[in-house]
Design a protein around this ligand. Structure first.
Ligand code: ADQ
Length: 727
C-alpha cells in the first residue's frame, strides 16, 4: 500500500540535554498515538521540527539524527528567526486567534508571511526528497497550510491529505486573513482536506465559493483541473489505554488519596494548556459567581485548575498568565479560609497518572473553551471514568460538543450560565449522571483515535474522481485523423453537441448568438448522413432552440435536458418538476441585476439564469460569488441546483443535467459511436455519462474530464466539417 509520510510542525519527540548529554524522548500526544500504527506498519516517516536545536553542538546534532532515524523521524530544522516569524508570528500570533474568533488578539500588521511561505517550502521540499512513488502524504495543521499545494507542484501524482486540528471559521471571519486566497489554494493542493466537524467543513466550502469563486458539490470541489474532497473526521483518543490505566492500582491509590485530602468537598476540575482560547478567566469568574450566589457552597466546593505553560514566546500569552494569576488570587482572597481555598491552581504539566487520577476523582469536569477545534481533555475525562460517574460541563463552541450528547452544554462567554450549569451538575442525581456518562463512554470508545486515522487514510486512498482527467489530448492533425478513421468505420454515429461556446462563440448578449448560415449548413450536412444522429443539448430555452434550429432534422434538448424534442416530434418534459421556487429566486436575481449594471435575467420554463458577460468583469465575478453563496443558503431546502456556467449563474431543478439526456440517448443507440462536445462546467455531466469508447471533446483550454480538447469554436466547426465529409 506504500508508506505513510506524516508532516507536522513538531516531531512527536522532545529533546533534553543533561550534563552535556542529549536524550530524545518520544511523546505520547494524541496525534502520535493515533498515527503510530500506520506510521510504523507502513515503514513510513514523520517529518517535522525537532524543537530548538540552536544550542546543540555538532556532536549532539549527530546524536539527535541517529536517534531520530531509529524513530523513523526526519528533522526539519528551523532557525530561531524562522521560529519567531513562522511559528510565533503567523501561526500562533495570527492564524490561531483568528481561527478561534478572537479578533482582538490579532496583531495590527504582520510582515512575516514570507517567512511562513518559506518554511512551508522547506517542509514541502524535504517531503518531496523523501517521497517514493506509492507513498501517501498526510500533512497536519495550520502551520503547514501551504505544504499541500507546494508539494503538488513538486510531485503532481502524489496522494496528499491535510487535516486541520483547529476550527475553520465562518467566511466572514476567515476573509479577514490578508493572505486568504493563498491559504485556500494551499489547502486545495491536497486530495482530501479533513476537519473535526461538519460545520468547519461547511465554513471551508463557503470560503471556496465566496473567496475563490469555486462551486463545491457537497463534499468535493474542482480546482486546478483536479477534484479535492473535504469532510468531517472527528478525532478521538486512545480510549482503551486511558480506560486500562485508570483501572491500575497506582491510579486508584492516587484517586483515594485525592478524595481523602478533599473529603467534605465537591471537586471541580479544569485541565488545559494555558491558552486564551480555553476560557480559563471566565471559568474562574463563574466559580466566583457560584460562591456569591450560593453561600451554602462556600467551603464545600473546590476547583482544581491545572494549566500547562504554553507558547510563552508569544506576547499575548504573557499578559494572559498574569490575568489568570490575578483572578485566582482574588477569588481565594475573597472566599478562602485559614484552612481551605476554593481554587487550587497548578501552573504546570502533570504526569499521565496524576492526570487520570484527577479526572477519576472529580465530581464535575469543566471544559469551557471559547473555541476549540475538538478538545481531547473532555474525551480523556470520559475514558477515565471507569466508575461511569462524574458530570461533564462542556462548551458548545468545542468541536467535541457535536459528539458528546451526555454533557451539559454551556455558552462559555456567559459566566452566569457556567455557574448555573456547574450547580446543576453538582445536583444531578446519580442515576442520571450514570446514564449520561455511559452514553458518552460508548461513543468515545467506538470512535477512538485509531478509527479516526483509519477512516481518514481509507478515504484518502480512494480515487477522488475515477475517470477524471487533468487536460485532454490536444486535437492535432494526427489525433484528428485517428478519430475520423473511427468515424469512418462506425455503423452509426451519435453526435451530442452543446451550443454556446461550442458551435458559436459567446456574444455580448445571449440573444445575439443565433446561428449563422454556415452553422446551419454544417448541421444540415451532418444530419443528412444516414449514419448520423445529431442532438443539440443546451441550457437555452425551448423557444430559442426551436426558433433557431427547429427546421433541422436534429434532436433538441433545452434547459440542460429538462425538455427534449426528438427529430420530427414534439417538445416533452423529461420528468415532472416543481417551479414554486421561481418567484423567490426571481426576486433575489432582481436585486442582483439592480446592483450589477449590464447584467440580466433569462427566464426559462423551469430555470432561471443570471448573465453577467457584459459587466465590469471583476465586480461581476464578485457579485456572482455572493449570489451563489446566497442562493445556496436560501435554497438549501428546495430541490434545485445552483450551477455556474461561462459568465452565468443558473438555478434549475436538482438532478436535471446534460448527463441524463446523454445517458438516455446512448442507451437508445447501443453500439453507436458517441461523440460529445462542450465547453463549460455543465458539459462535464455530459462527458461523465458517456459509455466506454465514446469520444469527448472539450472546447477551450480549461481542465476537463473530456478526453480531447480543441482550441475554440472555429476549430470545433472545422472538425465537424471534416467529420461530415467522412460520414
Ligand atoms: P490542544 O489545543 O492542545 O490541541 P486538546 O485537544 O485539549 O487541546 O489537547 C490537550 C492535550 O494536552 C490533552 O491530551 C491533555 O491531556 C494534555 N494536557 C492538557 N493539560 C495538561 C496538563 N496540565 N498536564 C498534562 N497534560 C495536559 C489542538 C486543538 C484541539 C484539538 C487537538 C487535536 O486546539 O481543539 O482537539 O489539537 O486535534
Amino acid at each position: 500500500m506504500g508508506r505513510l509520510l506524516i508532516v507536522s510542525n513538531r516531531l512527536p519527540v522532545s529533546t533534553k540535554v543533561e550534563h552535556g548529554k542529549l536524550s530524545v524522548v518520544p511523546s505520547a500526544g494524541g496525534l502520535a498515538t493515533g498515527l503510530k500504527g500506520p506510521h510504523e506498519e507502513s515503514g513510513g516517516l514523520w517529518i517535522g521540527w525537532p524543537g530548538d536545536t540552536s544550542r546543540l553542538d555538532k556532536g549532539q546534532i549527530e546524536g539527535l539524527e541517529r536517534e531520530l532515524l531509529d524513530l523513523r523521524a526526519v528533522p526539519c530544522y528551523l532557525s530561531p528567526g524562522e521560529v519567531r516569524a513562522y511559528y510565533d508570528g503567523v501561526s500562533n500570533g495570527f492564524l490561531w486567534p483568528l481561527f478561534h474568533y478572537l479578533l482582538d488578539k490579532i496583531p495590527y500588521s504582520t510582515s512575516e508571511w514570507d517567512a511562513y511561505r518559506q518554511v512551508n517550502e522547506r517542509f514541502a521540499t524535504l517531503t518531496a526528497n523523501h517521497y517514493r512513488p506509492g507513498d501517501t502524504v498526510w500533512v497536519h495543521d495550520y502551520q503547514l497550510a501551504l505544504v499541500p499545494s507546494l508539494l503538488r507542484e513538486m510531485i503532481p501524482e502524489a496522494r496528499i491529505g491535510f487535516f486541520l486540528h483547529i476550527p475553520f471559521p465562518a467566511t466572514e471571519v476567515f476573509r479577514i486573513f490578508p493572505w486568504r486566497e493563498e491559504l485556500l489554494l494551499g489547502l486545495l493542493g491536497a486530495d482530501l482536506v479533513g476537519f473535526h466537524t461538519l460545520s468547519y467543513a461547511r465554513h471551508f466550502g463557503n470560503s471556496l465559493i465566496h473567496i475563490l469563486g469555486l462551486t463545491p458539490d457537497v463534499d468535493r470541489v474542482r480546482s486546478g483541473g483536479r477534484t479535492v474532497r473535504f469532510g468531517a473526521y472527528p478525532m478521538g483518543i486512545d480510549f482503551i489505554t486511558f480506560d486500562r490505566l485508570a483501572r491500575t492500582e497506582s491510579v486508584r491509590a492516587e484517586v483515594a488519596r485525592l478524595r481523602y485530602e478533599n473529603q467534605d468537598l465537591r471537586l471541580l476540575l479544569g485541565v488545559d494548556r494555558l491558552d486564551y482560547t480555553k476560557g480559563i478567566p471566565r471559568r474562574l469568574l463563574s466559580i466566583e459567581r457560584l460562591l456569591q450566589k450560593h453561600p451554602e457552597l462556600r467551603g464545600r466546593v473546590r476547583l482544581i485548575q491545572v494549566a500547562v505553560p504554553s507558547r510563552e514566546h508569544v506576547d499575548e500569552y504573557e499578559s494572559f498568565t498574569s490575568e489568570v494569576n490575578g483572578l485566582v488570587g482574588r477569588i481565594n482572597g475573597a472566599f478562602g479560609t485559614a484552612t481551605s481555598t476554593p481554587v487550587h491552581y497548578l501552573h504546570q504539566s502533570v504526569s499521565q497518572k496524576d492526570l487520570l487520577a484527577l479526572y477519576a476523582a472529580t465530581d464535575v469536569m469543566l471544559v469551557t473553551p471559547l473555541r476549540d477545534g475538538m478538545n481531547l481533555v473532555a474525551k480523556e475525562f470520559v475514558a477515565a471514568r471507569t466508575d461511569e460517574d462524574g458530570v461533564l460541563v462542556l462548551s458548545e463552541f468545542a468541536g467535541a460538543a457535536a459528539e458528546m450528547a451526555g454533557a451539559l452544554l454551556v455558552n462559555p462567554y456567559n459566566v452566569d450560565a457556567i455557574a448555573d450549569a456547574t450547580r446543576v451538575a453538582l445536583l444531578l442525581p446519580e442515576q442520571e449522571r450514570r446514564a449520561r456518562m455511559r452514553a458518552m463512554r460508548q461513543r468515545i470508545e467506538q470512535f477512538d483515535v485509531h478509527r479516526w486515522a483509519r477512516t481518514f487514510l481509507g478515504d484518502l486512498r480512494q480515487e477522488n474522481d475515477p475517470g477524471s482527467r487533468e487536460a485532454g489530448v490536444r486535437m492535432d492533425r494526427e489525433v484528428r485523423s485517428q478519430l475520423l478513421e473511427r468515424v469512418a468505420r462506425a455503423h452509426e454515429v451519435l453526435l451530442l453537441l452543446d451550443y454556446d461556446g461550442t458551435l458559436t462563440p459567446y456574444t455580448r448578449r445571449p440573444d445575439l448568438a443565433s446561428p449563422d448560415k454556415d452553422l446551419l449548413d454544417l448541421l444540415a450536412s451532418l444530419s443528412g448522413s444516414a449514419r448520423a444522429r445529431v442532438h443539440i443539448i443546451s441550457g437555452r430555452s425551448r423557444g430559442t432552440l426551436e426558433s433557431w434550429l427547429g427546421q433541422l432534422p436534429i434532436g433538441l434538448h433545452a434547459e440542460h435536458g429538462l425538455w427534449s424534442r426528438p427529430v420530427g416530434g414534439e417538445w416533452a418534459l423529461c420528468r415532472p418538476v416543481d417551479a414554486s421556487w421561481k418567484q423567490k429566486v426571481l426576486e433575489i436575481l432582481g436585486l442582483c441585476v439592480e446592483r450589477t449594471p449590464g447584467s440580466m435575467i433569462e427566464e426559462k420554463s423551469f430555470s432561471l439564469a443570471w448573465h453577467y458577460r457584459m459587466c465590469d468583469p471583476e465586480f461581476a465575478e464578485w457579485q456572482a460569488r455572493e449570489l451563489k453563496l446566497h442562493l445556496t443558503h436560501a435554497l438549501s431546502n428546495v430541490p434545485v441546483a445552483v450551477l455556474s456556467g461561462d459568465k452565468v449563474v443558473e438555478v434549475q431543478p436538482h438532478g436535471v443535467n446534460k448527463g441524463l439526456v446523454a445517458a438516455a440517448l446512448c442507451g437508445a443507440h447501443p453500439g453507436a459511436l458517441a461523440i460529445a462536445a462542450g465547453d463549460d462546467e455543465t458539459d462535464e455531466h455530459l462527458f461523465a455519462a458517456l459509455p466506454e469508447g465514446a469520444i469527448s471533446i472539450h472546447v477551450g483550454s480549461r481542465a476537463s474530464r473530456a478526453h480531447h480538447n480543441i482550441r475554440d469554436t472555429v476549430a470545433m466547426r472545422r472538425f465537424l466539417m471534416a467529420l461530415a465529409s467522412s460520414l
